[in-house]
Ligand binder design. Structure first.
Ligand code: C5P
Length: 211
C-alpha cells in the first residue's frame, strides 16, 4: 500500500490516545482509536443483554449489531448499524465488560480486518493494545506508551474511571489471543514524568531520526 501506519500501543490511561491524536494532526493522517471498536462491540453485547462470558452469545450479538468504522474529520468514528455511538462508549458498564468481549478471538478477527482495511484509503496513527504485534506487525513505526500505575489511575480518575483500569490491564495482558505487550521492535516511552507535549516531541524526534 502507498499508505503508512504508526502503531501506538500501551495500557489503559497511558496517554496514548492524546499522543496518537496529536501526531495524526501533525501529519494530516487519520487517528484510529481501536479501543472504541472493542467498546462498541461490548455495547452491542450489553444491549442484547448477553452474558459477556458466553462467547457464542457475544459473537452472535456482535454480528447482529453490525459494528462499523467510518472516518470523519480525520478521526475514526464507530457505528452500530450505521449509527455513531461514540458518546456511550465511556460508560462504566463498558469499562467493566470490555476486556471479556475483547478476549473473544472471533470478535478480534472481525475488528482487526476492519482496522487493516482502513489502510487501503488512509495513512493512519492507530492506537490500541495489539497494533504493533498483530494488526500491523510489518510497520517500521511502533511505539509503546507506558506510565506508572499511580499516574494512569489518576489520569483516568479525572475521567471517573479509576476503579476498572488495573483489572482491565490484568485481563488484557494475560489473555491468550493478542495480549497487551510491546512489540520486540517498538520504541517504549515511559510517560510517567512527561507532559503530553513532551511525549509528542519525543515521538516526532524518533520518527524524524528514522526518516
Ligand atoms: O483503549 P481503551 O482503554 O478504550 O480500550 C478498551 C479495551 O478494549 C481494552 O481494555 C482492551 O480490552 C480492548 N482493546 C483491545 N485491543 C485493542 C484496543 C482495545 O483488546 N487494540
Amino acid at each position: 500500500s502507498e499508505h503508512h501506519v504508526i502503531a501506538m500501543d500501551g495500557p489503559a490511561a497511558s496517554g496514548k490516545s492524546s499522543v496518537a491524536g496529536a501526531i495524526a494532526d501533525r501529519f494530516g493522517w487519520v487517528f484510529v482509536n481501536t479501543g472504541n471498536m472493542y467498546r462498541a462491540a461490548t455495547l452491542a453485547a450489553l444491549r442484547a443483554e448477553v452474558d459477556v462470558n458466553d462467547k457464542a452469545a457475544v459473537i452472535a450479538a456482535v454480528d447482529e449489531a453490525e459494528v462499523g468504522v467510518a472516518v470523519v474529520g480525520g478521526r475514526s468514528v464507530v457505528t452500530l448499524k450505521g449509527e455513531a455511538v461514540e458518546d456511550e462508549l465511556k460508560d462504566q458498564s463498558i469499562n467493566l465488560a470490555v476486556s471479556h468481549v475483547a478476549a473473544v478471538p472471533e470478535v478480534r478477527e472481525k475488528l482487526v480486518a476492519m482496522q487493516r482495511d482502513l489502510l487501503q484509503e488512509h495513512s493512519l496513527v492507530m492506537e490500541g493494545r495489539d497494533i504493533g504485534t498483530v494488526v500491523f506487525p510489518e510497520t517500521p513505526w511502533k511505539f509503546y506508551i507506558d506510565a506508572s500505575e499511580e499516574v494512569r489511575a489518576s489520569r483516568r480518575g479525572l475521567q471517573g474511571q479509576a476503579d476498572a483500569v488495573s483489572e482491565r490491564d490484568r485481563l488484557d495482558s494475560t489473555r491468550k489471543v493478542a495480549p497487551l505487550k510491546a512489540a520486540a521492535d517498538a520504541v517504549v516511552i515511559d510517560s510517567t514524568e512527561l507532559s503530553l507535549e513532551q511525549v509528542v516531541e519525543e515521538v516526532l524526534a524518533i520518527l524524524g531520526a528514522r526518516g
